[in-house]
Design a protein around this ligand. Structure first.
Ligand code: GTP
Length: 403
């Protein structure tokens, strides 16, 4: 494979990369990091076009490799800019422009002007650092969001950085002229490496927005629009999994149902919008009392459920009391006006005699009914022998059946 064929292949691949990223952006304009990745692809395309023209015209003009290299570094820096926008909501235009100017100036130093090897060894650390930047931001994002959507990006940049290091070491320490596919190994491996990188980045461009759309759809179908908490659709799946886990590993999970007291009065007095604020306020207070890995659901208007994994009855009781106290002590502030809100809570834990997760929720619901009946603003914990069927419980069953 001669250099011209390889450079034409790289140009074509960067053309497809550019087309793919810009078309993806035109389809979903909210994914603004695709603008940066489209510019990066355009810079790769221009870089390979300039290299191609230089090669085809057999020009010795130093401006050809200079501009091709400047654009190449700008392309890698703009890829990083897309990643920082995706993970941190910030692009990094000054770094992109700064690196472009730096690489241009470096071309006109005596030792870089006279040696291709010196140029490669000078610019590789810059590209490797940009790859490491991509890896750092992607890993940080995946750790905080608990999603693995950027795995492919991490793999591609890691593989590319490793290949660059190996190639850099080879260029620095071995100067035998080996052949690869009928051409000088340095030339061929460089083009093949870039081809593989661009091809996998194009796949990555398609993969990331698709994955994010799917996550968003999934989130909308499982989460309540007002609070962001899980809805009834998610309840059946999560409660079933906890129930199976409790049976298999003899672990206890607990349920706390929380209902705002006299919520209708809040709505009637202050209006529906303030009612919505009150719901969000209560959710924030509940969240502040629980562990981040408990499951939070909005069961209906002003009724919430917390499922507590791997616990004991005494901890569930403590949690429930903490929630009640926190809400009582933290009024909703409407400017200078305080709105005091209280909640009633019904709690219970898994018993070995429970045949289904619904049985556990029925018991928590009955306890809630008792808390309401006994004057509200209190916690009732249902033990194994809690009395059966109430009117409220039947309502709950109806709710569950219709969800
Ligand atoms: N603002 C607002 N109100 C809602 C929402 N969903 C349901 N509601 C209202 O919540 C109120 C619930 O009233 P009730 O079921 O009588 O309960 P309550 O007034 O809290 O009385 P107790 O639970 O017995 O203390 C109704 O007025 C519903 O219209 C919502 O998303 N936002």
């Amino acid at each position: 494979m001669d250099s011209l064929t390889l450079t034409i292949s790289v140009t074509l691949t960067s053309f497809f990369m550019c087309m793919t990223s810009s078309m993806l952006y035109l389809r979903s304009r909210s994914e603004t990091y695709l603008i940066d990745w489209s510019f990066a692809s355009l810079a790769f395309l221009l870089s390979s076009l300039i290299a191609l023209i230089g090669l085809y015209s057999e020009s010795t003009n130093f401006l050809f490799p200079t501009i091709a290299n400047v654009l190449n570094i700008i392309a890698h820096a703009t890829l990083l800019s897309g990643t920082t926008k995706l993970t941190n909501n910030k692009s990094i235009p000054f770094l992109v422009i700064g690196l472009g100017i730096l690489v241009f100036v470096l071309h006109y130093l005596d030792f870089t002007r006279s040696s291709t090897t010196a140029r490669i060894l000078l610019f590789y650390p810059i590209i490797i650092s940009l790859c490491l930047g991509n890896i750092y931001f992607a890993l940080k994002h995946m750790q905080s969001s608990r999603q693995s959507d950027l795995t492919l990006l991490v793999v591609i940049h890691s593989a590319f950085a490793i290949f660059l290091i190996v190639r850099g070491i080879y260029i620095a320490f071995f100067n035998e002229t080996l052949q690869l596919f009928g051409n000088d190994i340095i030339q061929t491996s460089g083009s093949l490496l870039l081809l593989a990188f661009m091809f996998s980045m194009t796949l990555n461009f398609i993969f990331i927005p698709t994955w994010r759309k799917e996550l968003e759809l999934n989130k909308h179908s499982r989460n309540d629009y007002l609070t962001g908490w899980l809805n009834r659709r998610a309840l059946a799946e999560i409660a079933y999994n906890l129930f199976i886990k409790s049976q298999r590993e003899s672990k206890i999970f607990g349920a706390i149902i929380i209902d705002i007291d006299h919520f209708k009065t809040i709505n009637d007095t202050y209006g529906h919008a303030v009612g919505d604020e009150a719901i969000k306020h209560i959710c924030n207070q509940i969240r502040n009392c629980n562990r981040s890995y408990d499951f939070h659901f909005r069961l209906g208007g002003e009724e919430f459920l917390v499922l507590v994994d791997d616990t004991k009855e005494k901890y569930v009781r403590q949690f429930a009391h903490r929630i009640r106290e926190k809400i009582e002590q933290t009024p909703l502030m409407l400017g200078n006006q305080k709105i005091n809100i209280t909640v009633s809570l019904g709690a219970t834990t898994f018993h070995s005699t429970d045949n289904s997760w619904e049985q556990l929720l029925d018991r928590a619901d009955k306890a809630l009914y008792q808390a309401k009946n006994e004057g509200r603003n209190q916690v009732v914990v249902a033990s194994k022998s809690f009395p059966t069927s109430t009117k409220h419980q039947l309502n709950m069953k109806k709710h569950l059946a219709s969800s």
